[in-house]
Design a binder for this molecule. Structure first.
Ligand SMILES: C[S@@+](CC[C@H](N)C(=O)[O-])C[C@H]1O[C@@H](n2cnc3c(N)ncnc32)[C@H](O)[C@@H]1O
Length: 218
């Protein structure tokens, strides 16, 4: 998936993936990670996810990584939060009080930075990437995170004959194959049926599975 694809999505406001009130599963399942309030939490491929606000309300120090500057600017503006901008390595950083969004390519985040995070949250990040990039994404994330780091992963699975990604279908077996060699993986909940979002139903999807997993780096 080319960077331009995503940059154009943001430019043309084609962001059907964005959830204006966040994901309900985050609130329900985050406590199962038992992270202390001051933990640093990474949100890869964060868009302008409202879930970052909820994570910061729990006392976490949140860092999102996002290709699009539009997403970062809209996140802070829509939340009414102030920020300053600083350049760090490959990233143009939007730095607020408890939330920072680093604008750049997730794959440019060095291991020396990844190792600082105790927690992570992946909603629509892994599933935004095509097959060949998913392995690279998990390898990069997991080889950088410290032992004991823990996070939630939300996946989406459907019959690929019905629709082309993104979102790409990732099933239970894929999660095991990607994360199993690095981490303990537990399925916390799943939901099957008609997708909740209009934009997926509009693309012809009548049956899908959402899954949420706890990942603990070994
Ligand atoms: C499907 S959206 C999900 C956004 C967010 N996680 C949410 O739940 O709303 C995927 C996001 O990843 C960003 N993205 C894609 N590839 C990226 C990369 N290599 N590095 C950083 N961000 C990336 C896109 O710009 C897009 O905002």
């Amino acid at each position: 998936m080319k960077q331009d694809f995503w940059l154009e999505r943001w430019e043309h406001k084609q962001i059907g993936f964005h959830q204006p009130t966040g994901h309900p599963w985050l609130r329900e399942h985050w406590p199962q990670l038992s992270l202390v309030a001051a933990s640093r939490v990474l949100v890869p491929l964060c868009g302008k996810s409202q879930d970052m606000l909820w994570l910061a309300e729990q006392g976490h120090r949140v860092t999102g990584i996002e290709l699009s500057e539009i997403a970062a600017r809209e996140f802070f503006d829509e939340a009414g939060l102030t920020y300053r901008r600083e350049r760090h390595g490959a990233f143009d950083c939007f730095i607020g009080n408890d939330i920072e969004i680093r604008v750049g390519d997730f794959f440019d985040l060095p291991s020396a930075e990844l190792v600082r995070f105790e927690g992570f949250y992946d909603r629509a990040a892994l599933i935004a990437l095509p097959d060949d990039m998913r392995r690279a994404y998990v390898d990069h994330l997991m080889s950088g995170l410290r032992r004991g780091a823990t996070g939630l992963l939300i996946t989406f699975d459907y019959d690929p004959a019905v629709m082309n990604g993104p979102p790409f279908n990732v099933d239970d077996e894929d999660v095991g194959a990607l994360y199993g060699r690095y981490a303990h993986v537990d399925l916390l909940a799943e939901r099957r049926g008609l997708p909740e979002s209009d934009h997926l139903r509009d693309r012809g999807l009548t049956d899908a599975r959402d899954g949420i997993y706890r990942i603990v780096r070994r």
